[in-house]
Design a protein around this ligand. Structure first.
Ligand code: DGL
Length: 268
């Protein structure tokens, strides 16, 4: 039996999933969290679905052994390739970022013309298109990868001419498609929200899956009476599979708050 006081396990290919952890901390401040960032094997974006599934299973097993009450897959690529597998194999609830993002996009879109950006793996999987079309079959969905955004964000170039140039290159096609909504389908992209908004102009709603995923986690936990009781005293642990110093240095940009320490655990 899992206890409501048990932590939520959150994982990502690396540091980007801290944007989801940030929202979980904001919306569910009583919850303890164990975050695993697979910094030894990042990026997942260009890797094959089988490899990403194998990595995701290893991380899920690691978090399960630590007694988590639910799993949040903060990584879009891992959600696209491994959500169904983990939901079938794990006995605890497993929440991904794609469905909540798709739902938010459908709610926000006036005309049903929805763009999606993500890693190569996420876009090739068509996971967002499927999720959007399941909710709104008449939607017109266009999805394109923006692989250079991840290294630019990690470099901290959030408001930089080079990033603006890359964004114009990637995003002008969406203007021609007349999308009214764009899903930021990658952990790193919410940090580029102001720049993307500037490039696309005010007519396009930008959807950040992190917010919706935290709301979904709350709903799922509440439905199973698994929300942490008030005054539980949230404990947060940050684990990286490599380069903890780098994780620590970059964490604040993604999490919006500094963290005190990072543990290291090697997988595979
Ligand atoms: N976390 C990944 C995602 O949201 C981006 C980084 C990577 O490619 O591993 O898709």
């Amino acid at each position: 039996m899992v206890s409501p006081a048990a932590p939520i396990g959150v994982f990502d290919s690396g540091i980007g999933g801290l944007t989801v952890a940030r929202e979980l901390m904001r919306q569910l401040p009583e919850e303890s969290i164990i975050y695993f960032g697979d910094t030894a094997r990042v990026p997942y974006g260009p890797k094959s679905p089988d490899t990403v599934r194998r990595y995701s299973r290893e991380i899920a097993a690691y978090l399960r052994e630590r007694g988590v009450k639910a799993l949040v897959i903060a990584c879009n690529t891992a959600t696209a390739h491994a959500l169904a597998t983990l939901q079938a194999e794990e006995s605890i609830p497993v929440i991904g970022v794609v469905e909540p993002g798709a739902r938010a996009a459908v709610t926000a879109s006036r005309g049903g013309r929805i763009g999606v950006i993500g890693t190569l793996g996420t876009i090739r999987s068509s996971a967002y298109e499927r999720a959007i079309l399941a909710l709104r079959p008449d939607a017109h969905v266009v999805a394109r990868p923006c692989p250079l955004f991840v290294p630019l964000v990690e470099e901290g170039w959030l408001d930089h001419e080079a990033t603006r140039l890359v964004a114009s290159e990637y995003l002008t096609a969406f203007a021609a498609d007349r999308v009214d909504t764009l899903v930021l389908g990658c952990t790193h992209y919410p940090l580029l929200k102001p720049l993307i908004a500037e490039v696309l102009g005010p007519g396009v709603a930008l959807i950040d899956s992190a917010e919706q995923t935290a709301a979904e986690a709350r709903r799922v936990l509440a439905a199973r009476n698994l929300l942490a009781p008030a005054g539980s005293g949230a404990v947060r642990r940050w684990v990286a599979s490599d380069a903890p110093d780098q994780f620590l240095r970059m964490a604040e940009r993604f999490l919006g708050a500094p963290i005190e320490g990072v543990e290291t655990h090697t997988l595979g």
